[in-house]
Design a binder for this molecule. Sequence first.
Ligand SMILES: Nc1ncnc2c1ncn2[C@@H]1O[C@H](COP(=O)(O)OP(=O)(O)O)[C@@H](O)[C@H]1O
Ligand SMILES: [Mg+2]
Length: 387
Amino acid sequence: MTHTETLQSSGGDVRLRGISKTYGSFTAVHPLDLTIPAGSFFALLGASGCGKTTTLRMIAGLEEPTTGTVELSGRDVTDLPPYKRQVNTVFQNYALFPHLDIYENVAFGLRRRGIKSVKKQVEEMLDLVQLGPLARRRPQQLSGGQQQRVAVARALINHPEVLLLDEPLGALDLKLRRQMQLELKRIQTEVGITFVHVTHDQEEAMTMADTVAVMNGGRVEQLGAPAELYENPATTFVANFLGTSNLIRAGVVEAGGAELLLKAGDAELRLPARRCSAPARSGGQVLAGVRPEKVALAHADDAGTIAEGRNRLSGRIKDAGFIGVSTHYVVDVPGLGELAVYEQNIERDGRLVPGAETVLHWNPAHTFALDAEQDRQAGADLDEEAA
Ligand SMILES: Nc1ncnc2c1ncn2[C@@H]1O[C@H](COP(=O)(O)OP(=O)(O)O)[C@@H](O)[C@H]1O
Ligand SMILES: [Mg+2]
């Protein structure tokens, strides 16, 4: 699809300096420094109540910060009202005008500014969100996903430098949400402006964003590209909230070299020293982490065939859930607890059923280590919660 350059706007960068929000004695957002580069797709990810909407509203000018400043494209806008900022917001509940058709909903921002000849721009916008043929329908005659696209078109026609999206897909069912994620990503690439997307859905954030900021309790806990966050979580919260992690309490046997040597229960584990984000000293403790999909499962009878040099733990299968593309195992490892293992459905070993004695094994390079002075369960089972 091609569009004329009228659709292309330049994105603006967003710079937050020491921005915070307190309500009485409660701090919703702790002093936050954040730079969102122009033209990027940026996600604020976190569980319900962690301060995402408050942060977004401070950028939009809908909420006055308790401390700190907001800059858009290098200009301090902290004291400007929302309508004087080059920012538009798309909310979860679309807020379309029910008495206007789609065309007029999209034209609204232009008409309000007294612009008479709206046809070309409205048609381009409808084209961008692929709703041209539905221009004369009313909002209630559209599906949820179509209404969402109208809301995006209605915001984009004002040529904001930054588009803020607050859980814009939250009202859609899963399949439509996945479809709209790709659609929004395409639109952002096409128009090139800065998108700041708020979501509690970690898959959504990872699918769409160039950079994800994981928020927890009013703070940004870690920020980075999706793969970077997933592979190198710096805290137990990020390790558990972004996908699933096995976090194994282990003692440090040997530190200082290129490899860290750990002891977990009776087993020795190794990992590259650079993948340890905690200060590791011999005699200290860390949490050794490994993602379930990195772990292979062998029947105990085949333990002898496992290649040398791999990390290995012995345990008994407690549960096996066949998903289709994969099987999710829960394995009880004596002294260490339950570990998750995801096995791709390639050649299934019929002996790997609940009760079977197994060996879990993985490449030491796929192990990371975190500071043991944290709640091992932080962030687990939060991602399904509605925000
Ligand atoms: N106007 C308000 N008065 C008091 N507390 C508020 C107000 N707005 C938000 N909060 C509180 O601030 C915290 C963060 O809210 P919010 O930014 O909406 O979280 P999120 O969008 O991440 O779910 C929540 O605990 C919420 O109850
Ligand atoms: Mg919210």
